[in-house]
Design a protein. Structure first.
Length: 99
């Protein structure tokens, strides 16, 4: 193979690798995503930092989940732009009866 063909092949490989790396880049600091949170009968939109989890988004929104509360998606899920979080409050009650 001649030198020109080798150089063109190398340039093409570098461009392809650069393109793939740019499309797989990690979230950048300062970027935000828009999400929707439904909690306590109210649905609101929030902007949160890219790379936030459900737990972090709830904290940013000032919503404190209880220890038994559930979310959809789960608390550890990384969020994407346009995602919706639904917080379901869970209460545990005990009752006793005399027989």
């Amino acid at each position: 193979m001649n030198r020109l063909g080798l150089r063109l092949g190398l340039i093409a490989a570098i461009l392809l690798a650069s393109s793939l790396m740019a499309s797989c880049r990690s979230p950048q600091i300062g970027e935000e995503i828009n999400i929707t949170i439904t909690a306590d009968g109210v649905t609101r939109e929030f902007n949160v930092p890219t790379g936030s989890t459900v737990s972090q988004a709830l904290q940013t929104a000032g919503i404190l989940p209880g220890s038994l509360d559930k979310t959809e998606p789960p608390f550890y899920t990384l969020l994407s732009d346009g995602d919706t979080i639904i917080l379901t409050r869970v209460a545990e009650e005990f009752s006793t009866e005399e027989v």
